[in-house]
Write a protein that binds this ligand. Structure first.
Ligand SMILES: Nc1nc2c(ncn2[C@@H]2O[C@H](COP(=O)(O)OP(=O)(O)O)[C@@H](O)[C@H]2O)c(=O)[nH]1
Ligand SMILES: [Mg+2]
Ligand SMILES: [Zn+2]
Length: 299
């Protein structure tokens, strides 16, 4: 059998990319797939050609995840698009995106776009936040969709993967998609509208770019309450720098528990106060001695 990737699904129309032949063909579900499985864009499928241009799908490989609204399976990477200026950087939004996407098994990449328009102050901010996220353990890239700077680095990072773009409105997601794939995002169709809960009947499309990478034409969400997706006591697992420390109690939430090594690391300046404050906000908790803890840890 041959292996393919479902790149588009609009109602009954399924398009499949065949890896070996490097061609796009129509996919027709057969047998148990037809009866049992709803096929999504991002599904890895197996089957065979039944006539030139038609591929009979006989198996759908097990999915590692399925993102909803719009449905895309097997998303390896989420490119979290942010800007330092225009619009102003919202670190808490980024932290919530990182928690939620990590939880569903998509490795996040942080992309700061519009670096071409940063003034001296902006460049300082860029450096500060890049340091904070790189130290926390994320890949961070600097891009200008306008000049093309940094886009090759993005392509390198996501080689052979299925990606989506996430981030607030106006940061340049459509512009980046256009630069990566040469195609226009159908503005307003799947993008910002779905975030307000409106459903669209249009299909989902994965666009090829770089070396065997595909990108979903969805920008993901721009406002996120991580607690709608992740249990409060699990959030600490997705602030990945916390995982380097072993607290006295294995279920330590790093609030005011005795023997909390995360708090000790914070005092020593090994964990960023901005990230810790954001963590408290994510889990909607407050601690009275935050100011003392963060003293001398002003980044
Ligand atoms: N200076 C500059 N402007 C950009 C860049 N990327 C996007 N823009 C502009 O920012 C605005 C919003 O971009 P768009 O791609 O629609 O953002 P989206 O809402 O995230 O899809 C548009 O006017 C773009 O031309 C960039 O790298 N540099
Ligand atoms: Mg857009
Ligand atoms: Zn702790």
């Amino acid at each position: 059998m041959e292996r393919g990737l479902v790149v588009e699904r609009v109602a009954q129309l399924i398009r499949v990319y065949l890896f070996d032949k490097d061609v796009y063909v129509r996919g027709i579900p057969r047998g148990k797939v037809l009866k049992k499985t709803r096929i999504h864009a991002g599904d890895y499928v197996r089957g065979k050609m039944v006539d030139p241009g038609t591929f009979a799908i006989e198996e759908v490989e097990e999915r590692k995840n399925v993102l909803i609204r719009p449905p895309i399976a097997n998303v390896d990477r989420v490119i979290c698009v942010m800007t330092i200026q225009k619009p102003e950087f919202d670190n808490h939004l980024l932290d919530n995106l990182l928690v939620v996407y990590d939880h569903v098994g998509c490795e996040p990449v942080i992309l700061f776009n519009k670096v071409d328009l940063l003034d001296e102050e902006g460049l300082k901010e860029l450096k500060k936040w890049t340091g904070i996220y790189a130290e926390a353990g994320y890949d961070v890239v600097h891009v200008s969709a306008r000049t093309g700077e940094g886009l090759e680095k993005v392509k390198d990072l996501v080689k052979g993967e299925i990606c989506i773009l996430a981030g607030p409105s106006g940061v340049g997601k459509s512009s980046i998609l256009k630069q990566l794939t040469g195609e226009e995002l159908r503005v307003g169709e799947v993008s910002e509208k779905t975030e307000r809960g409106r459903h669209t009947t249009t299909g989902v499309k994965l666009l090829p770019f770089g070396e065997g990478s595909f990108i979903g034409d969805t920008p993901g969400f721009s406002k996120v309450d991580a607690l709608q997706f992740v249990r409060k006591r699990d959030v600490r697992n997705y602030y990945r720098e916390f995982l380097r420390y072993e607290c006295r109690y294995p279920d330590c939430m790093h609030l005011s528990e005795p023997g909390c090594e995360v708090r000790e690391a914070l005092k020593r300046g090994e964990i960023s106060c901005e990230r810790y404050k954001s963590y408290l906000k994510t889990i909607k908790e407050y601690i009275p001695d935050l100011k003392e803890l963060c003293d001398g840890n002003e980044t």
